[in-house]
Design a protein around this ligand. Structure first.
Ligand code: SAH
Length: 372
């Protein structure tokens, strides 16, 4: 048998790529969906157990294919039932994923990169620097692993992952091909079989990639706006200097068209006390969004050590939500979950070598730009 490494990690392959892999073995294309059912529906990863294939084919598959998953380094459970896993992608490189159980749904928040290159001012991940993209199988592998762990530890949580959001570490649209392939596998009937309404890519606003996504996918999209004007957004989301708000709004409109009737983009707005949560910001946000069919998701800032930002008061969050509602916008407020295990939005930090010394730079930046 070939040494591991010479074999293909079959978690990395889309259905079309699996079909090509089987073609190389001289097999018809329907073998791909057969294999996907074993893997994604039944959770069977041992070729020997895949009894719908002949013994000879199982042997040949095992010679050139394998199933590699990230290792679970640690698992923590919050008092509210939220679970956080640290996953080793390769030695020294870890990412985090989080499962948030609710009465009628279970949301798995997954990572797409080790760290993040975007340096959004209020995000813990961004302060760590960037250490690489996850492969497709390292992304779908997260869903696979979470499902297995939930089944093992709590039988009532079987089939409990109803939603997947790319809101863990990283900027999904800067890892476009792998994220696209992974999202397809999540939504495919032969894959995880999730509805396209229940798989959401969240982006800081990589405008050209939103255009490409509209061409190639039907996945739900959330856009991290966080400020109603370019001056403030340039500071909070530095990517704005490259793709300013007007371009981002056009990309949202285009994506709405691609989504079709009844579906619209979600606009995420993290509320930072005295930074973007004043009456003036509310009015500007209403003006900006009045012509864009969307849902607004308000996220009260989750504090972390040394962030330099503060969470808004509860009254302020309510005031903001009511103001948007009165203006005719659809609004939800994200409840903070898993804060006791640092599993809330923007608290995911993973573990890897900080090659960019970004932490230090940020500390300096924070003292310059922060509100009093
Ligand atoms: N790169 C993607 C995914 C990031 S995480 C994006 O920017 O959308 C998902 C959401 O959490 C984003 O809207 C992000 O801005 C927000 N977020 C980051 N840090 C946060 C924090 N400390 N508190 C609350 N939300 C935060």
């Amino acid at each position: 048998m070939l040494p591991s490494g010479a074999r293909t990690n079959l978690f990395d392959l889309s259905q079309a790529q699996l079909e090509a892999w089987f073609a190389q073995l001289g097999e018809p294309s329907f073998r791909a969906s057969q294999l996907m059912r074993w893997v994604y529906h039944k959770g069977v990863l041992d070729f020997a157990d895949m009894t719908s294939f002949s013994k000879d084919l199982r042997q040949r598959m095992a010679e050139c294919g394998e199933f590699l998953l990230p290792d679970i380094e640690s698992e923590e459970v919050s008092v509210d039932g939220t679970r956080k896993w640290m996953l080793a992608i390769e030695p020294g490189k870890c990412v985090e994923m989080v499962f948030i159980p609710e009465a009628h749904r279970g949301t798995l928040c997954i990572s797409s990169q080790v760290g993040c290159a975007l340096e959004c001012a209020f995000c813990a991940t961004g302060r760590q620097g960037f250490a690489g993209n996850l492969a497709c199988g390292q992304i779908t592998g997260q869903v696979y692993l979470a499902r297995e762990r939930l089944r093992e530890t709590d039988s009532t949580q079987d089939r409990s992952i109803t939603n997947v959001v790319f809101m863990g570490m990283g900027e999904p649209l800067l890892n476009f091909d792998n994220v696209l392939a992974a999202a397809d596998l999540m939504m495919s009937d032969f894959g995880f079989g999730l509805s396209r309404r229940r798989v959401t890519v969240s982006t800081a606003g990589v405008v050209p990639a939103i255009h490409s996504l509209a061409e190639h996918s039907n996945v739900s999209l959330a856009v991290s706006l966080h400020a109603p004007d370019d001056t403030l957004r340039d500071i909070l989301v530095p990517l704005n200097r490259k793709y300013p708000i007007a371009q981002l709004m056009d990309a949202c409109r285009l994506y709405n068209k691609a989504l079709g009737r009844g579906r619209v983009v979600t606009i995420e707005y993290v509320l930072l006390r005295n930074v973007n949560d004043t009456d003036g910001h509310l009015r500007a946000l209403i003006r900006l969004l009045k012509d864009l069919p969307c849902k607004v998701n308000l996220i009260p800032f989750n504090a972390f050590a040394g962030s330099g930002y503060e969470a808004p008061s509860k009254t302020r969050v309510r005031f903001f939500a009511e103001g948007l509602l009165k203006a005719g916008l659809r609004v939800t407020v994200r409840t903070t979950r898993g804060a006791d295990i640092a599993a809330a939005c923007g608290q995911l930090a993973g573990r890897f070598t900080d090659r960019t010394k970004r932490r230090l730079r940020h500390r300096q930046l924070a003292t310059q730009t922060l509100p009093a």
